[in-house]
Design a protein around this ligand. Structure first.
Ligand code: AMP
Length: 115
């Protein structure tokens, strides 16, 4: 297991506002929310970034991340109005934490193009 801030959250070495957990997936509120609902959904195994995903090897896990996003969207009542899912990848993508994570953002109108 790596030593990113998210692996420390998985190991309960630092606190987080955890809103969902399964054997393979953890979700918690972003510490610096950019929308009324801003949740990070992460695999428990260490995959640093999108370019480290192997479609065949990780297919089920990726499905579980999307299942978590849909469940959380329902739980937080943003499924009807809509929401945004974001994976930032690498420097130009604006990735700060190198443990794969999906941002679930909702509760307000999103803008396009993104910043
Ligand atoms: P990214 O820029 O895509 O790597 O996103 C990293 C996200 O992690 C940012 O939105 C941060 O606000 C969030 N973040 C950083 N540290 C924590 C933490 N300890 N608990 C919850 N969210 C965090």
């Amino acid at each position: 297991m790596g030593d990113t801030i998210f692996s420390k959250i998985i190991k309960r070495e630092i606190p987080a506002d955890i809103v969902y957990e399964t054997e393979n997936v953890l979700a918690f509120r972003d510490i610096k929310p950019q929308a009324p609902v801003h949740i990070l959904i992460i695999p428990k195994i260490e995959i640093p970034k999108v370019t480290d995903i192997d479609g065949k090897q990780h297919a089920q896990l990726l499905g579980e991340l999307f299942d978590a996003a849909n469940k959380l969207a329902r739980d937080f009542k943003i499924d009807q109005d809509g929401f945004r899912l974001v994976f930032n990848c690498g420097n130009n993508g604006g990735q700060d934490v190198y443990h794969l994570h999906m941002h679930l953002l909702g509760g307000r109108q999103m803008k396009w193009p993104p910043g």
